[in-house]
Design a protein. Structure first.
Length: 289
């Protein structure tokens, strides 16, 4: 991928923070990718998708505070916690349509937000900050920002591969069946790839920031995720029965919208960092004054 030489560029420029920012971009790219899958191809306008980011982050944070630092345990906990939340909330949300679906998913996200805020043992409003990253086979290889970056890059590549072709067709076919429309051959039924892909991204979101933040499951992350998908261009227009191509034509996979989500994450993260950066012109004027 085009971003793979970033650690080398950071070493040449003497700015290691580039790797930290790039890792954060990869984490949000996975978030945008999962949202693009259900919004663009599933036709489900979910306002509760950010809840999975917070749930996965807290699953990892709670294990870490309990002394469990193994990457496999963290990954499994993030995926299982996210899938369990999706199973319960999805069973209720998928019985609704239109604006009711949007509002009930938003309500579930807010429930998750206030639940985590109520956990005073884990920081309440401030969240929980961890001092170490996950370990691999007892070794702290992910403590190196470059190793963490390439691990995130591999996860994003895996997520991109997972949502291509038959998996995405299956999501689309499921949406058509819910809308009462005949579905094209989906190559073996519905594959719930959004939840496992989210689980991977949950783990990345925690390790990239070393933090479990209740805001991740509330309105702040919600607004961010819904900015990322339109920036890159979602795979469809978000309405059941509407799609750029018939479902049966997606067997080869279309990476345009997925790559757009990555581009959206790149833009949104860099823009946020630039807004926080100090203005050098003001510093010069202050010194002269």
């Amino acid at each position: 991928m085009a971003v793979s030489p970033l650690p080398l560029i950071a070493a040449l420029t003497g700015d290691p923070y580039l790797v930290v920012v790039a890792t954060r971009i990869l984490a949000f790219a996975m978030a945008a990718l999962a949202l693009d899958l259900i919004l663009g191809y599933g036709g489900m306008v979910s306002f509760g998708h950010a809840a999975y980011l917070g749930i996965g982050a807290y699953a990892v944070a709670i294990l870490s505070r309990a002394g469990i630092t193994d990457l496999g345990a963290h990954l499994g906990a993030a995926v299982v916690a996210g899938a369990a939340f999706a199973l319960v909330t999805g069973a209720i949300s998928l019985r609704t349509r239109g604006i009711y679906f949007i509002m009930i998913t938003l309500a579930f996200a807010q429930m998750a937000y206030f639940f985590f805020v109520s956990l005073s043992a884990y920081g309440g409003d401030d969240g929980v900050t961890l001092t170490a990253r996950s370990t691999v086979l007892g070794r702290d290889w992910l403590a190196d920002d470059r190793v963490l970056y390439y691990a995130a890059l591999a996860m994003l590549a895996g997520a991109l591969s997972a949502v291509r072709g038959d998996h995405r067709v299956a999501v689309r076919a499921g949406a058509d069946r819910r809308a009462g429309k005949p579905a094209a051959d989906a190559g073996g039924g519905l594959h719930p790839v959004s939840v496992p892909a989210d689980g991977l991204r949950h783990l990345r979101g925690h390790d990239g920031h070393r933090r479990g933040d209740p805001g991740q499951s509330g309105q702040l992350r919600l607004a961010l995720l819904h900015e990322l998908a339109p920036l890159g261009g979602v795979g469809g227009d978000g309405r059941p029965g509407r799609h750029r191509q018939p479902a049966g034509r997606h067997r080869g996979g279309d990476t345009g919208a997925a790559a757009g989500g990555v581009a959206g994450a790149l833009y949104r993260t860099l823009a946020a960092d630039l807004r926080r950066a100090p203005d050098p012109g003001r510093a010069v004027l202050a010194r002269r004054a």
